[in-house]
Design a protein around this ligand. Structure first.
Ligand SMILES: [Zn+2]
Ligand SMILES: [Zn+2]
Length: 547
């Protein structure tokens, strides 16, 4: 007797039946070509299913070319929608195809099929100019598309060991626009793992030096650096204008922040992590399998909750705990991250919601799928974003924004801030109260101590603008809102999303080190092979002192 065969059950049957219902509405004419699909909330309420199921259903319809999802705008019925869904694949078929069981299409629109290098008869064959064109080699790769690569906007968060390797690859590959975020400065210990840093860069901003050297590696690439904390200082509008985000981080909090920002803006992000000779790589795409927050263990969630139970200590602890790594594992992991980014940019299949573990001791690669969490707090794609061309974080007040929101949402509308505002510090011991009105990220543990008795004071916080707050007339930036941020307002029924678009030109310009003369960090003598060069006398450079 043959052993009984166990076949996996497809996971997405619920989402598929939602997709089928929606398709029926489209074919019956209840939703006309070009019409906007009902909001996620309306679908959740009417169909009595979770938000993640609604999203998965929309992704199925999008992948089947029935609707079109415009990131940050909404979902629309296509002009000529298909009238049926392709047959559902079983989990096994999906596995055999070497892909995730989730409906997959890259979220970068439009997704083109993988091109095979066969020139059409009436098109001249393009011969790459290897002598003049630095990207010529890539022309020989069948699926490589110059236009996509050169138009691509990629954000690298973290300019440490992984970030250096990632940026080096992206610049060499000719990725057109690179945005680099880091809040740290260079120290001697970075030099053993950071291909873009030199000894004389000691004390300089990592983001700045990395951007400058990426520009030096490939002057055709446009770069911009942000010296700041991704948790609180990068506006969502920056994420909104990226194609892919690459996380090169060493802490959970920043990963969680990127995960939420990327999800809200419906952007894929590629995470990497390293320790000694071990590493992992994972791609997260909204609506396609697990996100980063879904992967957190109970223990990790408890640790995060514990940290945030004492808000003033939370941030300081993030900076503790350095992990030992080698330049070899960082180049392997960043190599895989940037390769996945390149695939995402070309609409080639990746494995969202999966993790690849690399064991450098045994040279084993192992890929497994995470289980998505239906109730994950990160799963929220912002609907249509309203661009407020006249609003800037530095000049718009809470009152201004509330007025705009109330004009659309009614008098019950409130603004939800992403960052808690410390309003008061109360000392129960002395019975004193100090007014603060600062974002939590700018209040230190030392600030929390009572100047009278030294006890840690109680922190009073607010995260809503309802119209009654004493900080109504302060600018949004003093309330911790970064430039080009997208704020959310709500009444009892719906959310609206408002972008401080007046910040766009100054915030996202991609034009650091465009002046070619300034690309080189330090003037260098021209060297011809076989020639001995006298180094000209230079002013002394700041050097790293190793203790
Ligand atoms: Zn999740
Ligand atoms: Zn006191």
């Amino acid at each position: 007797m043959r052993p009984m065969k166990i076949v996996p059950i497809p996971r997405h049957t619920l989402a598929r039946s939602v997709a089928e219902q929606l398709l029926n509405l489209i074919t019956a004419g209840a939703l006309k070509p070009g019409a906007r699909m009902p909001s996620e909330r309306a679908l959740m309420d009417q169909l009595q299913v979770a938000r993640s199921t609604v999203r998965e259903a929309l992704q199925i319809l999008a992948a089947s070319r029935i609707i079109e999802i415009r990131p940050g705008v909404g979902a629309f019925v296509r002009t000529h929608p298909r009238t049926r869904l392709p047959a559902a694949r079983t989990a096994r078929q999906a596995q055999r195809a070497g892909r995730s069981t989730a409906p997959h299409h890259a979220s970068i629109a439009p997704v083109a099929p993988v091109a095979v290098a066969k020139p059409a008869p009436d098109e001249p064959i393009r011969v790459p100019d290897l002598k003049r064109d630095r990207l010529a080699t890539f022309e020989f790769i069948s699926w490589w598309e110059r236009a996509r690569v050169q138009a691509a906007r990629v954000m690298v968060v973290g300019a440490g060991a992984l970030g250096n390797e990632a940026l080096k690859n992206l610049a060499l590959m000719g990725i057109g626009n690179l945005c680099i975020v880091d809040f740290d400065t260079i120290e001697a210990a970075n030099l053993s793992r950071s291909v873009l840093f030199r000894a004389e860069d000691g004390g300089e901003k990592k983001s700045l030096v990395a951007a400058r050297r990426a520009k030096e590696l490939n002057p055709d690439v446009r770069v911009q650096y942000f010296h700041g904390d991704v948790n609180t200082q990068i506006g969502l509008g920056v994420f909104r204008r990226m194609d892919v985000i690459i996380g090169c981080l060493d802490n959970r909090e920043a990963r969680l922040a990127i995960n939420r920002f990327a999800y809200r803006m419906n952007k894929p992000w590629v995470d990497g992590a390293i320790q000694e000779l071990f590493g992992l790589v994972r791609v997260f795409v909204p609506g396609q399998g697990a996100c980063y927050e879904c992967t957190l263990t109970e223990q990790a969630r408890r640790e995060i909750a514990l940290r945030y139970s004492c808000p003033l200590l939370a941030r300081q602890n993030i900076l503790l705990g350095k992990v030992p790594t080698t330049p070899t594992i960082s180049s392997i992991i960043a190599g895989l991250q940037t390769q996945d980014a390149l695939k995402l940019l070309h609409g080639l299949p990746v494995q969202p919601g999966h993790v690849t573990h690399i064991n450098g001791l045994t040279n084993d690669f192992h890929t497994t799928a995470y289980t998505p969490d239906e109730n994950c707090a990160s799963h929220w794609v912002y609907d249509e974003v309203r661009e407020l061309a006249d609003c800037q974080a530095a000049t718009t007040t809470g009152a201004d924004l509330l007025q705009i929101a109330r004009a659309e949402l009614g008098d019950a509308a409130v603004i939800e801030l992403d960052q808690e505002i410390v309003t008061h510090l109360d000392c129960p011991h002395c019975g004193t109260t100090t007014q603060v009105f600062q974002p939590i990220s700018q209040v230190t543990h030392t600030d929390g101590q009572c100047p009278g008795c030294g006890e840690l004071r109680q922190v009073k916080m607010a995260h809503l603008i309802t119209g009654a707050e004493p900080f109504m007339d302060r600018s949004l930036s003093t309330l911790g809102v970064p430039p080009l941020h997208i704020l959310r307002a709500r009444n009892a029924d719906e959310y609206r999303f408002y972008e401080l678009t007046g910040d766009l030109a100054a915030t996202l310009h991609w034009s650091h080190f465009e002046d070619a003369a300034r690309v080189h960090v330090h003037p260098r003598p021209a060297i011809t092979l076989g020639q001995v060069v006298e180094t000209p006398v230079e002013k002394p450079r700041p050097r790293i002192v190793v203790h």
